[in-house]
Design a protein around this ligand. Sequence first.
Ligand code: AMP
Ligand code: MG
Length: 395
Amino acid sequence: MPVEQALERLLALADAAPIEGTEQVPLADAEGRVLAMALVAGLDLPPWPNSAMDGYAMRLSDWQGEPLPVSQRIFAGHAPAPLQPGTCARIFTGAPLPEGADCVEMQENAEVLADQRVRFLAPLKVGQNVRPQGQETRAGETVLDKGTRLGPIELGLAASLGCARLEVVRRVRVAVLSTGDELVEPGLPLGPGQIYNSNRRLLASWLQRLGCEVVDVGILADDLELTRQCLAGLGDVDLILSTGGVSVGEADYLGIALREAGELALWKLAIKPGKPLTFGHYRGVPVIGLPGNPASTLVTFGLLTRPYLLRRQGVQAVTPLQFSVPAGFDWPKAGTRREYLRGRIEQGQARIYKNQSSGVLRSAAWAEGLVEVREGQTPHCGDSVQFIPLSELLG
Ligand code: AMP
Ligand code: MG
């Protein structure tokens, strides 16, 4: 199955199972969450005309070119009196323009005379150095659409409109389970044939960044009865996310136990790393089974599971930004699967990590992004390849 088709299917499944339920959270807790309703401005921004400069406010039609006396000083945060005809007002950046004034001259173009009157040096225009009321936003305008993911900029914007709380989609509850008799948690000694469980931490940390609630199931031994018990005890989750145990030929206890109370399809994806991926349902709960090799887990989570999880929260734009970059390597052998090489950009060219084995997570720690080599292609140094920054996928 081509990567695009797998993504299309997953997004359709996500559209059919939107997360229902919203909650109001303070801005401080809204990072990474998804807006459940459009954010509509409750006020004009700026709320009143104000000065863009430190300088002098005046009314242009009143002025014949003569020096003007200063009738008041207006600081940011203070309400001015109406401008006295035939005078100017000392004004500072962000301070409200006094009624009757229509322009501001910056202090660099003004000269204070010995008698404290101010002479203006450059020609002036109406509206000069004035930020008009509502220039950014008018009350009633939609500034953020429903389905927007909230990051520092969106939260700053909400704050500028005086919002203290936002209505967001409730957190997606994701059960994370790692399968394999060989797995041991960090901190414990390694026995013969054992390795440390890296996927659990990789996925749990990543899911937290995506605003999900992680139900951490830990390690599932390769044992049918234990697997049944674990699944039965899962409780109320929105997705079961497993790693490992889907390689062909393996005693697939998770697959067996899942099928006993649901259905499960094995997708053979045209993706490398990460060929086998399962999708199904267990007691009505969607299940995604990712391959166990950590670099495969990373690629299939980033390119397929992340968009699925975002879409379930109503996010429409789930495609990561990518761009073309000249290859800084030769790829002589065409593949039948689309490869996502862990690479970085050096001197304007994509370089790839020396070991692209699906078991090598270090490749991704070295990398800044995924370099895409499409099916059947053999890029050489200087040919264009697509580059997806990891930063696009991790947040
Ligand atoms: P599997 O799909 O279970 O056959 O696993 C494929 C490979 O990934 C094997 O080498 C496993 O040891 C390894 N693997 C599976 N799960 C994990 C995990 N959670 N952390 C690190 N390596 C894993
Ligand atoms: Mg296994």
